[in-house]
Design a protein around this ligand. Sequence first.
Ligand SMILES: Nc1ncnc2c1ncn2[C@@H]1O[C@H](COP(=O)(O)OP(=O)(O)OP(=O)(O)O)[C@@H](O)[C@H]1O
Ligand SMILES: [Mg+2]
Length: 387
Amino acid sequence: MASISLEGVAKVYPNGFEAVKGLDLEIADGELMVVVGPSGCGKTTVLRMVAGLEHVSAGLVRFGEEVVNDLPSRERDVAMVFQNYALYPQMNVADNIGFGLRMRKVSKQEAGRRVKQAAQALGLAEVLDRRPGQLSGGQRQRVAMGRAIVREPSIFLMDEPLSNLDAKLRVQMRAEVARVQRRIGVATIYVTHDQTEAMTLGHRVAVMRGGLLQQCDTPQILYDRPANLFVAGFIGSPAMNLFEGAIATDVETVVLGSQRIPLTASVQAARPGLKRYTDQPVVVGIRPEDLPAANGSDSGAVLQGDVELVEALGSEQLVHFRTDARMIRAEALDSADGAAGTELSADANVARVDPRHSVSSGERISFALATERIEFFDPHTGLAIWN
Ligand SMILES: Nc1ncnc2c1ncn2[C@@H]1O[C@H](COP(=O)(O)OP(=O)(O)OP(=O)(O)O)[C@@H](O)[C@H]1O
Ligand SMILES: [Mg+2]
């Protein structure tokens, strides 16, 4: 059992490309840390450095107190499950799971015990005699996980292990991964580019972009208090609506296009930093669920929009709407230059509205805006404005 600690870890590939920059990350013993971010942000590189498959260019990797920078991979007691796991097609499930144990000279009896236990935990007890070709995709994935957990590693690393599965199986396996991780109780790093997977699975989630850690915290805090525009746009589906706005002279109003939205004293008290932005542009972020349709008797802040499209999902309706405030597209933040995006988007904003509220495209709609849930960001640095 061990914790993992990365201190100022960087990776420069031989061609000079800096894939990971000054990464600080602590994973407690037993913790499931998810590393999430768009393709190419350095997730796999981080895992490979922890596994010892890739040399660390700068910084320290520790398991517990021990610095392992120069410890060869085979001496690290780390098990890894990859996206493209390979099973031996001629071997049955039991032999596939136990393969690594034979290599490690674990006694036959002990190996048999561990394989049986892993198969039980993973729901594979009934198929131990089958060959990989006779298994479903989800079962094959579980065999790959079984092979990793029978080693009883002190650290568990998973790199997009579910991305080959269809959507439904992925959801099932997600729960299974969480269960297995809890049962084996070792420090785990799980890499994915899927924010839903990250949010549902991680005890904590580290969001990366362009080799840099953006924020690392519990899923709820990432959602409620994103540190910057990138995290705000990346976490949550449908994504947070981002508008170009301005703070009026008295800090009591935020201006969104032609609309003026009063900010309560508690909002101002919670974000004293807004004072620095009087008469200045800010980016205003509003989550789709913080825009319920106003019912006429509401006395609080209201945002109006023109409905472009309504998607009825049964449990809710997604109302796509426009205002005359400039929209900021979260994806624009994905561009390599690292600056906050200010591109106009062709897409509309989205609100989650009660399915029983009658609304159709072409209408004007009023939303009852929960102003204490609005996020504010600096348009130049992209950082959230709090203090
Ligand atoms: N051996 C290498 N030499 C040079 N550059 C590399 C090498 N391996 C990876 N890279 C680059 O480093 C960056 C990070 O790669 P990495 O595989 O860690 O990304 P990732 O976040 O895992 O992406 P994905 O979600 O697509 O798997 C990418 O830009 C990639 O092109
Ligand atoms: Mg990868």
